[in-house]
Design a protein around this ligand. Sequence first.
Ligand code: SF4
Ligand code: SF4
Length: 493
Amino acid sequence: MSNPNVFQFPEAVRTRSRFRNPIGKFRVNRTGDCIACGKCVEICPYGVHVKRRGQVFVENNYLCLGTGCPEPCYKACPVQALSVRRNPVFDTLGDFRWTNELLAGTWYMAEFGERPLAGLEYKVGNSGGGFDKLRLIFKGTRSCLEDITDDDIDVSLELNRRDDNAHRIRIEIPVYGGGMSYGSVSVTTMVSRARAAAALGTFSCTGEGGYPDELKPYDDHMITQVATGLFGVKEETIQRVKIVEFKYAQGAKPGLGGHLLGDKVTPGVARMREAVVGYPLFSPFPFHSVYSVEDHKKHVDWIKAINPKALVSVKVSTPTDVDMVAVGSYYAGAHIIHLDGSYGGTGAAPDIAKKNIAMPIEYAVPKVHRFLQEEGVRDKMTVIASGGIRTPHDVAKIIALGADGVCIGTADLVALECVRCQNCESGRGCARGIATTDPELSELMNIEWGTQRIINMYLAWLRELIRILKKLGMKSIKELVGRTDCLIHLDYM
Ligand code: SF4
Ligand code: SF4
């Protein structure tokens, strides 16, 4: 029987690709010699082959494990009609951080709500640094916890640690959805993320493009963002939510502000942002009203005057003095310091900025964690990390480096079948109908499908996080915060 004190997560429901031929690592080929004996249908545990009206077809190529298959059909076929080869299209996908394997692994999690089967690397990318060079150390800790159930492992996170009158908010998994504005993504994408957040007991953020009415039913799970362009910022929307986020900068492009191309400024976006259809929009950098901690405090006080119960989050990029910024934010009255490292951003963020301006999040988090500790305020401030969190293993690693939880964006898009083609900034560039405001492209996805795909991915992450904690011998995610001794860097082994 389920424990009534434990949050009941939704069930994973298999949610197939929207496309006729999902991209997988291998392709199975069947020649005309096939005698339709059905042996392959029988032995393939992943349903790659199907038999209909006396004929056998390859229907789910993308699920084939290829060379990793424990019981290969091509060896069992009595007439050698089957062969398996690597899919050349697969090798054109991805980049060093989001490799083709991580993309396919995330699609798998979004379809099944489980980590992928053998043969797909779903834990690390191939960037040659950062998270990809860090490993969790399980040696010697394998557990005394094996007999306890997953329900006994606590992965929840309290967001308000100040002893004040603002809301007490607990999220059930230490992950929430980062800001993606109406304008940068479709309303369907936004609502899918919001609905998934509500079902999972966590939050999603509006981004800086205003608060579409379609999000109203999810007010209790929305963070509204106040950014430098002040697009769509209204007292009414600040009063409606439990968390308000100031976006001072974005880790992927600090110092550059935001730029929404005219193509994406459709009538709906223009109305929401009180702008003109077809004209590009800029969010300046920085807030010209903030040049000191005192100015920052005025911002925080402004939110508290409008909505005294709201938690205030401060999203900053990661310059070398980010630790001072974090402490300043604490004294200004913020509840959450949200550190956005340099690998984040959709395809709209210029690569030159991503690779060269801010500090990677793996360096920023321990610096801030230690500085807040030295200042004696670490337990009063929630530290959230974003900017390059791709997998549940990245979540565990950044928490071990000193964060309390994480915020994700790109992983949600990948769950919706983003292929990382980097065309997000263009009005009709997103062939997957995710980062678009074009009405026709937006119809490529529906909200039910999008919601379940994101729920499934989060559930797979949840299960993996629980597995990691059990292997570390910990009963709560809080025990992992700042435990750098649970990590090893491959260069120093
Ligand atoms: S090789 Fe294995 S996984 Fe691939 S289709 Fe054949 S039986 Fe299925
Ligand atoms: S598939 Fe869409 S969301 Fe993904 S990178 Fe391409 S344009 Fe952006």
